[in-house]
Design a protein around this ligand. Structure first.
Ligand code: PAF
Length: 284
Protein backbone atom coordinates (compact mmCIF):
# COMPACT_ATOMS: atom_id res chain seq x y z
CA UNK A 1 0.00 0.00 0.00
CA UNK A 2 1.30 3.42 -0.92
CA UNK A 3 0.72 6.23 1.57
CA UNK A 4 0.39 9.57 -0.23
CA UNK A 5 0.00 12.93 1.50
CA UNK A 6 0.83 15.32 -1.36
CA UNK A 7 -2.02 16.13 -3.73
CA UNK A 8 0.46 16.44 -6.65
CA UNK A 9 1.72 12.89 -6.01
CA UNK A 10 -1.82 11.56 -5.97
CA UNK A 11 -2.58 13.31 -9.28
CA UNK A 12 0.54 11.79 -10.82
CA UNK A 13 -0.35 8.21 -9.88
CA UNK A 14 -3.98 8.89 -10.90
CA UNK A 15 -2.70 9.80 -14.40
CA UNK A 16 -0.86 6.47 -14.69
CA UNK A 17 -4.04 4.55 -13.69
CA UNK A 18 -5.93 6.52 -16.33
CA UNK A 19 -3.44 5.44 -19.01
CA UNK A 20 -3.71 1.81 -17.85
CA UNK A 21 -7.53 2.02 -17.99
CA UNK A 22 -7.98 1.11 -14.32
CA UNK A 23 -11.31 1.41 -12.52
CA UNK A 24 -10.91 3.42 -9.30
CA UNK A 25 -12.95 2.80 -6.13
CA UNK A 26 -12.78 5.40 -3.36
CA UNK A 27 -13.65 5.30 0.33
CA UNK A 28 -13.39 8.73 2.02
CA UNK A 29 -13.06 8.53 5.83
CA UNK A 30 -12.04 10.57 8.84
CA UNK A 31 -10.01 7.63 10.16
CA UNK A 32 -10.44 5.71 13.43
CA UNK A 33 -11.55 2.87 11.22
CA UNK A 34 -13.95 0.19 12.40
CA UNK A 35 -15.64 -2.73 10.67
CA UNK A 36 -18.13 -0.34 9.04
CA UNK A 37 -15.31 1.38 7.15
CA UNK A 38 -13.59 -1.90 6.35
CA UNK A 39 -16.83 -3.18 4.82
CA UNK A 40 -16.84 -0.13 2.53
CA UNK A 41 -13.32 -1.07 1.44
CA UNK A 42 -14.40 -4.66 0.77
CA UNK A 43 -17.33 -3.41 -1.33
CA UNK A 44 -14.97 -1.13 -3.27
CA UNK A 45 -12.66 -4.08 -3.94
CA UNK A 46 -15.56 -5.96 -5.61
CA UNK A 47 -15.92 -3.38 -8.40
CA UNK A 48 -12.57 -1.60 -8.64
CA UNK A 49 -9.06 -2.45 -9.86
CA UNK A 50 -7.58 0.19 -7.57
CA UNK A 51 -8.93 1.04 -4.11
CA UNK A 52 -8.09 4.43 -2.61
CA UNK A 53 -8.98 5.29 1.00
CA UNK A 54 -8.58 8.80 2.36
CA UNK A 55 -8.18 9.78 6.00
CA UNK A 56 -8.83 13.45 6.69
CA UNK A 57 -10.55 14.86 9.77
CA UNK A 58 -12.40 17.66 8.06
CA UNK A 59 -12.62 20.80 10.22
CA UNK A 60 -15.24 22.30 7.92
CA UNK A 61 -17.93 19.82 8.96
CA UNK A 62 -17.56 20.32 12.73
CA UNK A 63 -19.56 23.01 14.53
CA UNK A 64 -17.83 25.36 17.01
CA UNK A 65 -19.00 23.30 20.02
CA UNK A 66 -18.36 19.90 18.46
CA UNK A 67 -15.61 17.32 18.96
CA UNK A 68 -13.03 18.29 16.27
CA UNK A 69 -10.07 18.32 18.70
CA UNK A 70 -11.24 15.22 20.58
CA UNK A 71 -12.10 13.24 17.43
CA UNK A 72 -10.12 9.97 17.75
CA UNK A 73 -7.02 9.84 15.55
CA UNK A 74 -5.50 6.35 15.21
CA UNK A 75 -3.35 6.52 12.08
CA UNK A 76 -1.01 3.59 12.94
CA UNK A 77 -3.88 1.14 13.57
CA UNK A 78 -5.81 2.43 10.54
CA UNK A 79 -2.79 2.01 8.27
CA UNK A 80 -2.30 -1.57 9.39
CA UNK A 81 -5.98 -2.48 8.91
CA UNK A 82 -6.00 -1.01 5.38
CA UNK A 83 -2.74 -2.71 4.49
CA UNK A 84 -4.19 -6.06 5.59
CA UNK A 85 -7.20 -5.48 3.33
CA UNK A 86 -4.95 -4.85 0.33
CA UNK A 87 -5.84 -1.21 -0.20
CA UNK A 88 -3.71 0.28 -2.98
CA UNK A 89 -3.39 3.88 -1.82
CA UNK A 90 -4.01 5.57 1.51
CA UNK A 91 -4.39 9.30 0.89
CA UNK A 92 -3.70 11.46 3.97
CA UNK A 93 -3.77 15.08 2.85
CA UNK A 94 -2.76 17.93 5.15
CA UNK A 95 -5.30 20.56 6.21
CA UNK A 96 -3.17 23.40 4.77
CA UNK A 97 -3.19 21.71 1.35
CA UNK A 98 -6.92 21.00 1.45
CA UNK A 99 -7.82 24.53 2.58
CA UNK A 100 -4.85 26.60 1.30
CA UNK A 101 -6.71 29.93 1.54
CA UNK A 102 -8.04 29.15 5.04
CA UNK A 103 -11.54 28.13 6.10
CA UNK A 104 -12.88 31.70 6.15
CA UNK A 105 -12.44 32.21 2.38
CA UNK A 106 -13.10 28.65 1.26
CA UNK A 107 -15.46 28.17 -1.69
CA UNK A 108 -18.33 25.97 -0.52
CA UNK A 109 -20.48 23.31 -2.08
CA UNK A 110 -23.95 23.66 -0.65
CA UNK A 111 -26.77 21.26 -1.48
CA UNK A 112 -29.87 23.25 -0.53
CA UNK A 113 -33.01 21.81 1.03
CA UNK A 114 -31.85 18.38 2.04
CA UNK A 115 -28.81 19.84 3.89
CA UNK A 116 -30.91 22.05 6.17
CA UNK A 117 -33.38 19.51 7.58
CA UNK A 118 -33.10 16.79 10.27
CA UNK A 119 -29.37 16.51 11.22
CA UNK A 120 -28.70 19.67 9.20
CA UNK A 121 -31.11 21.61 11.43
CA UNK A 122 -29.28 20.41 14.56
CA UNK A 123 -25.82 20.91 13.03
CA UNK A 124 -25.92 24.09 10.89
CA UNK A 125 -23.23 24.08 8.19
CA UNK A 126 -22.39 20.41 8.73
CA UNK A 127 -23.54 19.14 5.33
CA UNK A 128 -21.97 22.12 3.58
CA UNK A 129 -18.69 21.00 5.13
CA UNK A 130 -19.28 17.41 4.07
CA UNK A 131 -20.30 18.29 0.50
CA UNK A 132 -17.31 20.62 0.13
CA UNK A 133 -14.71 18.10 1.29
CA UNK A 134 -16.25 15.20 -0.63
CA UNK A 135 -16.35 17.31 -3.81
CA UNK A 136 -12.69 18.30 -3.31
CA UNK A 137 -11.64 14.69 -2.64
CA UNK A 138 -13.53 13.55 -5.75
CA UNK A 139 -11.62 16.21 -7.74
CA UNK A 140 -8.32 14.86 -6.42
CA UNK A 141 -8.95 11.09 -6.59
CA UNK A 142 -11.29 11.19 -9.63
CA UNK A 143 -12.90 7.87 -8.70
CA UNK A 144 -15.29 5.88 -10.85
CA UNK A 145 -17.06 4.55 -7.74
CA UNK A 146 -17.31 5.97 -4.21
CA UNK A 147 -18.65 4.20 -1.11
CA UNK A 148 -20.54 5.60 1.88
CA UNK A 149 -22.25 3.93 4.84
CA UNK A 150 -26.04 4.03 5.05
CA UNK A 151 -25.64 4.78 8.76
CA UNK A 152 -25.11 8.40 7.71
CA UNK A 153 -28.24 8.22 5.61
CA UNK A 154 -28.72 11.96 5.18
CA UNK A 155 -25.04 12.41 4.27
CA UNK A 156 -25.48 9.75 1.58
CA UNK A 157 -28.53 11.56 0.14
CA UNK A 158 -26.68 14.92 0.21
CA UNK A 159 -23.75 13.40 -1.69
CA UNK A 160 -26.03 11.74 -4.24
CA UNK A 161 -27.79 15.09 -4.79
CA UNK A 162 -24.45 16.87 -5.19
CA UNK A 163 -23.27 14.32 -7.75
CA UNK A 164 -26.50 14.73 -9.73
CA UNK A 165 -26.58 18.54 -9.47
CA UNK A 166 -22.92 19.00 -10.46
CA UNK A 167 -23.05 16.32 -13.20
CA UNK A 168 -20.19 14.40 -11.61
CA UNK A 169 -19.17 11.32 -13.51
CA UNK A 170 -19.08 8.59 -10.86
CA UNK A 171 -21.30 6.04 -9.19
CA UNK A 172 -22.21 6.47 -5.50
CA UNK A 173 -22.73 3.25 -3.53
CA UNK A 174 -24.64 3.18 -0.22
CA UNK A 175 -23.50 0.27 1.96
CA UNK A 176 -25.71 -1.19 4.74
CA UNK A 177 -24.87 -0.28 8.33
CA UNK A 178 -22.59 -2.64 10.22
CA UNK A 179 -23.75 -3.30 13.78
CA UNK A 180 -22.36 -4.75 16.98
CA UNK A 181 -24.01 -8.01 18.11
CA UNK A 182 -26.52 -6.08 20.26
CA UNK A 183 -27.59 -3.90 17.33
CA UNK A 184 -25.63 -0.71 18.04
CA UNK A 185 -24.50 0.81 14.75
CA UNK A 186 -20.70 0.99 14.58
CA UNK A 187 -19.37 4.51 14.91
CA UNK A 188 -16.13 6.17 15.94
CA UNK A 189 -18.16 8.12 18.49
CA UNK A 190 -19.23 4.92 20.34
CA UNK A 191 -15.91 5.03 22.18
CA UNK A 192 -17.05 8.18 23.98
CA UNK A 193 -19.61 5.99 25.81
CA UNK A 194 -19.01 4.97 29.41
CA UNK A 195 -19.92 1.32 30.20
CA UNK A 196 -23.38 2.21 31.57
CA UNK A 197 -24.07 4.38 28.50
CA UNK A 198 -22.84 1.64 26.15
CA UNK A 199 -25.35 -0.71 27.80
CA UNK A 200 -28.19 1.74 27.00
CA UNK A 201 -27.11 2.55 23.44
CA UNK A 202 -28.75 -0.48 21.68
CA UNK A 203 -32.09 1.05 22.63
CA UNK A 204 -31.72 3.34 19.63
CA UNK A 205 -31.83 0.50 17.11
CA UNK A 206 -34.52 -1.27 19.15
CA UNK A 207 -36.62 1.91 18.92
CA UNK A 208 -36.13 2.07 15.15
CA UNK A 209 -37.14 -1.59 14.76
CA UNK A 210 -40.23 -1.04 16.94
CA UNK A 211 -41.28 1.94 14.81
CA UNK A 212 -40.67 -0.04 11.60
CA UNK A 213 -42.89 -2.83 12.97
CA UNK A 214 -45.66 -0.38 13.89
CA UNK A 215 -45.58 1.08 10.38
CA UNK A 216 -45.70 -2.38 8.83
CA UNK A 217 -48.70 -3.15 11.08
CA UNK A 218 -50.49 -0.21 9.47
CA UNK A 219 -49.94 2.67 11.90
CA UNK A 220 -49.77 5.98 10.04
CA UNK A 221 -50.07 8.36 13.02
CA UNK A 222 -46.38 9.14 12.73
CA UNK A 223 -46.39 12.24 14.98
CA UNK A 224 -47.93 10.25 17.81
CA UNK A 225 -45.47 7.37 17.40
CA UNK A 226 -42.57 9.83 17.44
CA UNK A 227 -43.76 11.55 20.64
CA UNK A 228 -44.23 8.18 22.39
CA UNK A 229 -40.83 6.84 21.35
CA UNK A 230 -38.96 10.04 22.22
CA UNK A 231 -40.51 9.87 25.66
CA UNK A 232 -39.38 6.25 26.06
CA UNK A 233 -35.81 7.18 25.10
CA UNK A 234 -35.82 10.08 27.57
CA UNK A 235 -37.20 7.84 30.35
CA UNK A 236 -34.35 5.38 29.70
CA UNK A 237 -31.76 8.17 30.13
CA UNK A 238 -31.01 9.24 26.54
CA UNK A 239 -31.57 12.79 25.31
CA UNK A 240 -33.36 12.42 21.98
CA UNK A 241 -32.49 15.13 19.45
CA UNK A 242 -34.98 13.90 16.85
CA UNK A 243 -36.90 10.92 15.57
CA UNK A 244 -38.13 11.38 12.02
CA UNK A 245 -40.12 9.25 9.60
CA UNK A 246 -39.40 10.41 6.05
CA UNK A 247 -39.58 9.39 2.40
CA UNK A 248 -36.29 7.56 1.82
CA UNK A 249 -35.39 9.23 -1.50
CA UNK A 250 -36.15 12.87 -0.68
CA UNK A 251 -36.15 12.91 3.14
CA UNK A 252 -39.38 14.91 2.89
CA UNK A 253 -42.49 14.08 4.94
CA UNK A 254 -43.93 10.93 3.38
CA UNK A 255 -47.01 11.15 1.19
CA UNK A 256 -49.41 8.31 0.29
CA UNK A 257 -47.38 7.54 -2.81
CA UNK A 258 -44.11 6.98 -0.91
CA UNK A 259 -43.50 3.26 -0.45
CA UNK A 260 -39.89 3.54 0.73
CA UNK A 261 -39.54 5.22 4.09
CA UNK A 262 -36.66 5.80 6.45
CA UNK A 263 -36.94 6.17 10.20
CA UNK A 264 -34.08 8.29 11.56
CA UNK A 265 -32.98 8.92 15.11
CA UNK A 266 -30.35 11.07 16.84
CA UNK A 267 -29.82 11.14 20.58
CA UNK A 268 -27.25 12.34 23.05
CA UNK A 269 -25.86 9.77 25.43
CA UNK A 270 -23.20 11.17 27.73
CA UNK A 271 -20.61 12.91 25.52
CA UNK A 272 -21.74 11.13 22.38
CA UNK A 273 -24.35 12.16 19.84
CA UNK A 274 -25.44 8.92 18.21
CA UNK A 275 -27.42 8.58 14.99
CA UNK A 276 -29.02 5.59 13.33
CA UNK A 277 -31.77 4.77 10.84
CA UNK A 278 -33.80 1.92 9.40
CA UNK A 279 -35.44 1.68 6.02
CA UNK A 280 -39.02 0.46 5.69
CA UNK A 281 -40.57 -0.66 2.42
CA UNK A 282 -44.37 -0.54 2.64
CA UNK A 283 -46.31 -3.49 1.30
CA UNK A 284 -49.06 -2.29 -1.06
O1 PAF B 1 -18.58 10.02 6.90
C1 PAF B 1 -17.48 10.55 7.12
O2 PAF B 1 -16.59 9.97 7.72
C2 PAF B 1 -17.22 11.98 6.64
O3 PAF B 1 -18.36 12.75 6.75
C3 PAF B 1 -16.64 12.02 5.22
C4 PAF B 1 -17.63 11.48 4.20
C5 PAF B 1 -15.35 11.24 5.16
C6 PAF B 1 -16.34 13.47 4.84
O4 PAF B 1 -15.41 14.05 5.71
Amino acid sequence: MQIISEISNLREIRRSWQIEGKVIGFVPTMGNLHQGHLTLVQEARKVADIVVVSIFVNPLQFGPDEDLEAYPRTMAQDTQALQELGVDVLFTPKAQDIYPRGLEQQTFVEVPGISYMICGASRPGHFRGVATIVCKLFNMVQPNHAFFGEKDFQQLQVIKAMVTDLSMNLHIHGVPTVRDADGLAMSSRNQYLKPNERALAPLLYQTLKDIADLIQLGRRDYSKIIIEKKQKLAEAGLKPDYIEIRAADTLLMPGHEDMRLVVMVAAFLGRARLIDNIQVTLKD
